[in-house]
Design a protein around this ligand. Structure first.
Ligand SMILES: Nc1ncnc2c1ncn2[C@@H]1O[C@H](COP(=O)(O)OP(=O)(O)O)[C@@H](O)[C@H]1O
Ligand SMILES: [Mg+2]
Length: 427
């Protein structure tokens, strides 16, 4: 492999920092090509095409990088045509007529999804991080529960247990103290706990402060107590704010981390903060927590008034899978994808598994394009083949959960889980 020139090296760094910046990536690809690194140029052009399907410049570069005969470019205005007969050029880039390019590809790009008109699409869940705080605070107002595909039971429970009372001060007064405490989301990894927590913050019009408990412990050994306090102080300043404690089990007394000296103190600090919410010291601070291993969560944290309510987040149901697949295919060059059919073929897969399916399908189409020298779209057969290869990553989770549900269902905590296991004939 040839050594990258310093310019290419810094371009690579820039591209890594802004992976969705298509012109930047194409610039890198162009440079790679001039330096004789055709294969690397193909790779970059292919990624650019994933971000901007149909981008004329990307396609053209791909063709050149693959050493295909230079087709008379359909978009670059040829010198013979008198300028007057060309459509008015857009100003962005000298020598490149974006408007003409768009008109061209407008006809070329095939329908992306097979669907009825008017199907709503999912909003993008990415948000700008907040600034000037020690902890990153997001404002996920764009993300709502409606963006969480399917999972109606989870939404209903959230609405009844958390959202309706918070939205309605009358109800709050009526029920008074019974509303204290937070909610613990649990379930197999990659099935939407974090996503749902963020959507809850969006529903409440609240900021979102997400902390991984194991980070709090690992990064500041000895300082975890203070950090725990600072997290809640930040949330109070940013109220209304949802504090999301991910990997709550990292504080669990049942793990080997118990040997970690400061652990007990950190748990106590968290208890103090949680109880502070009860005293009204932090109005507008809502606590959600998540764990893949609820059986490792410290019991003290689960007492009434603390994280006393649990919500099981299972692998996505069919409508959820459809939403997730749609999201992961949003920027890829796809053709005639029947999402309903694909959702049926991916039962049991988690959100993360589904992302993987889309990735693998793109890879298949890409390899194929590179092999045949003709750029082709990602089709149903790529996705179905990928779906067959990806194994449900939550199986091992269910294997452990099954034992706990059977032998340690204290206080009926795992009733929901048992019902699901029975329904799926896993128990
Ligand atoms: N019901 C859903 N609707 C839309 N996207 C979902 C849904 N469930 C999960 N996802 C997607 O799956 C990915 C993994 O979910 P995540 O919240 O990180 O899982 P967890 O926190 O449970 O490990 C997220 O990026 C999210 O985009
Ligand atoms: Mg998560």
């Amino acid at each position: 492999m040839p050594e990258d020139s310093p310019l290419i090296q810094s371009l690579r760094t820039a591209v890594a920092a802004a992976p969705a910046d298509v012109p930047l990536r194409l610039h890198l690809a162009e440079l790679l090509l001039t330096e004789g690194q055709a294969e690397a140029a193909v790779t970059e052009a292919a990624v650019a095409l994933q971000h901007a399907p149909g981008d004329a410049q990307a396609r053209q570069l791909m063709a050149r990088a693959m050493g295909m005969p230079q087709q008379p470019s359909p978009v670059a205005p040829s010198p013979e045509i008198p300028a007057a007969s060309q459509p008015a050029p857009a100003a962005q880039r000298p020598g490149f007529d974006w408007q003409a390019a768009e008109e061209q590809v407008g006809d070329v790009v095939p329908p992306r999804f097979v669907e009825e008109p008017g199907t709503p699409t999912r909003a993008d869940g990415q948000d700008d991080p907040g600034d000037a705080e020690a902890w990153d605070v997001e404002r996920p107002e764009a993300l709502r529960l409606a963006d969480v595909g399917g999972m109606q039971e989870v939404k209903d429970r959230l609405e009844a247990a958390f959202l309706a009372p918070l939205r309605n001060p009358e109800l709050q007064r009526l029920y008074g103290k019974s509303l204290r405490g937070g909610l613990l989301l649990y379930g197999p990894p990659g099935c939407g706990k974090t996503f749902i927590a963020r959507a809850v913050a969006g529903e409440l019009g609240a900021s979102f402060l997400s902390v991984s408990v194991s980070d709090v412990l690992d990064m500041w050994t000895g300082n975890s107590e203070r950090n725990m306090h600072e997290i809640f102080q930040t949330a109070r300043r940013q109220a209304p704010c949802v504090v999301f404690l991910d990997e709550l089990d990292a504080l669990g007394a049942k793990r080997s981390r118990t040997l970690h000296g400061g652990l007990r103190n950190t748990v106590n600090q968290l208890l103090t903060e949680l109880d502070g919410i009860d005293s009204g010291a932090n109005d507008g601070v809502f606590v959600l927590a998540a764990t893949n291993v609820p059986w490792d969560v410290d019991n003290a944290l689960r007492r009434p008034g603390r994280l006393d309510r649990t919500l099981l987040v299972l692998p996505p149901d069919a409508p959820a899978r459809e939403a997730i697949l749609r999201y992961h295919l949003r920027d890829r060059p796809i053709e005639s994808i029947d999402l309903g059919k694909l959702a049926k073929a991916t039962d049991g897969l988690s959100g993360a598994d589904l992302a993987h399916v889309c990735e693998a399908a793109a890879e298949r189409a890409l390899l194929d394009s590179a092999r045949t020298g003709t750029v082709r779209m990602i089709g149903m057969k790529d996705l179905l083949a990928a779906a067959k290869e990806v194994l449900p990553s939550s199986e091992p989770w269910f294997a452990s959960a099954r034992n706990v549900a059977m032998f340690a269902n204290e206080g009926g905590m795992y009733d929901d889980l048992i019902a699901y296991l029975k329904k799926r004939r896993k128990l």
